[in-house]
Design a protein around this ligand. Sequence first.
Ligand code: ATP
Length: 235
Amino acid sequence: MNQLLEVSDLAVSYGGIRAVKGISLAVGQSEIVSLIGSNGAGKTTALRAISGLLPCETGQIRFDGRDIGGMSADMRVGAGLAQVPEGRHVFASLTIEENIKLGAYVRTDRKDIPQDIERMYTLFPILKERRKQQAGTMSGGEQQMLAIARAMMCRPKLLILDEPTMGLSPKMIEVVLATIEKIRLDRTPILLVEQNTVEAIQMADHVYALRVGTIVHKDVGANITETSLKQLYMN
Ligand code: ATP
C-alpha cells in the first residue's frame, strides 16, 4: 500500500555527533503514528528533519508520492506538512481568531478561508467562545488546541505534533487527547512525538520507539502499557 509519508534510512548530525542514526518509518492515510523514547533519544531531531528545519545527512523522505528531501521547510508546508513545535508558540498578544487566520498564510485559495475558520470553531467550540480573547491569556491546553487549529488552517495532508501534552495538567492533557481524536475523525493523519502520556501513545496505529537515535521497537499503540513503556525506556 502506498504510504503518505515514507522515511528511509534518515540520519541527522549536529556537528560531528549523530543524533538520528538511519531510521525508517511510515505514516499511512488517516493514521496516527507515534514516535516515543526518553530524553535525548532523537525524536525532535527526526521531526525537524522531516519538516525541513534540519538538513538530513542521509536518507530519503517521500511525501504524498514525491521526494521532498530537497525542499525548504516552507515548500514542505506548501506541500501539506504542518508541524506544531514543542512548546505551543501561539502569538500571545494576538486574539485567538487572529492566530487562526495566520495559519492560512501559505494558502492561495483565500475565498475558502472563512469556511475553514468556521470548521475549526466546530472542531473546537471553546476557540469560538474565546475568539476575541488574547491568546496569551488562555490555559496551556487551550493554547495547544489553538496551535493545532492554526496548523490545520493550511489544510495539511499530515499534521506533525511534538509533545503536545508536555507540561500540562491531567485535565488539560485530556483536552489535548480529545483534540487529537477529533483530528483523527476529521481524517487528517498525525505524526506525534510523545514521551510519557500513555493514553496518547495508545491512540496510535503504529508506535516507533527510539533509543539514542535508533528505532529499537515497533508496535501498535493498543499494545503499549505503563509497564511496557517503562521497560522500553530502561533497557
Ligand atoms: P526530548 O524528549 O528531551 O526533547 P528528543 O528525543 O526529542 O529529547 P532531541 O532533542 O532530538 O531528543 O536530541 C537528540 C540528541 O541531539 C541529544 O543528544 C541532544 O543533546 C542533541 N541535540 C539536540 N539539539 C542539538 C543542537 N542544536 N546541537 C547539538 N546537539 C543537539
